[in-house]
Design a protein around this ligand. Structure first.
Ligand code: B4P
Length: 190
């Protein structure tokens, strides 16, 4: 199973990725988590990514693409993976096509979580209190939503045209959202 999990910041991607990946016994690959791990270890990649992330901007495509290419080349992703937060730009879609095409593989489905804006802001401000992420301030949250609308929302149509899109209501309890995602994937044609 090769899945992509999309949705605006705060839609619950990272939260759902764990459960859905576990269900299909594939690794959940979160570009945000990999960047944050590099930031906290002070690696060159982390130093480069941090200035973009703190401002709510996307990390440049070349950096993100090569990081993902390396990660999906690892043994545990040989039979499938769940990509959480990648691709986020059209250039990343093209690069991912090349990566999976070179392995004679294809993406099975693209799940998009839809959540109302008020709920998103509330979730992220709440996370700011518990986790203290630098990009969870009100100003940066707004910037991240704008960038999502400009750069990532157009990807929804790309994947819809390919017949891969699975839209899921991301409002409500975490377990209920997981149930909806798995049910939608079970009944989607692949
Ligand atoms: P991410 O880590 O992907 O950050 P995110 O969009 O906020 O999603 P996240 O997974 O953390 O939050 P979630 O919605 O699960 O990216 C961070 C940054 O990294 C980006 O801004 C960018 O700079 C960089 N980056 C990452 N990928 C990139 C790429 N491909 N290209 C370029 N740059 C990239 O959850 C949010 C909160 O809601 C959590 O606190 C959670 O507990 C809560 N929540 C979730 N589900 C809930 C529910 N059902 N009910 C109540 N609360 C819920």
């Amino acid at each position: 199973m090769r899945l992509i999990l999309m949705g605006p910041p705060g839609a619950g991607k990272g939260t759902q990725a764990k459960f859905v990946a576990e269900h299909y016994s594939v690794p959940a690959i979160s570009t945000g988590d990999i960047f944050r791990a590099n930031v906290s270890q002070g690696t060159p990649l982390g130093l480069e990514a941090q200035r973009y992330m703190d401002a709510g901007d996307y990390v440049p495509d070349e950096v993100t693409n090569s990081m993902v290419a390396n990660r999906i080349a690892e043994d545990d992703a040989e039979n499938g993976f769940l990509l959480d937060g990648y691709p986020r730009t059209l250039a990343q879609v093209e690069e991912l096509d090349t990566m999976v095409g070179a392995r004679d593989e294809r993406i099975d489905a693209v799940v998009v979580l839809t959540v109302e804006m008020d709920e998103i802001v509330q979730r992220l401000l709440q996370r700011a209190q518990t986790e203290g992420r630098a990009d969870d301030t009100e100003e940066v949250i707004r910037r991240r939503q704008e960038i999502y609308a400009e750069q990532t929302e157009p990807l929804i149509e790309v994947y819809r045209e390919r017949g891969l899109l699975v839209e899921v209501d991301g409002m409500g309890e975490v377990a209920e959202v997981t149930r909806r995602v798995l049910e939608a994937l079970d009944s989607s044609p692949r």
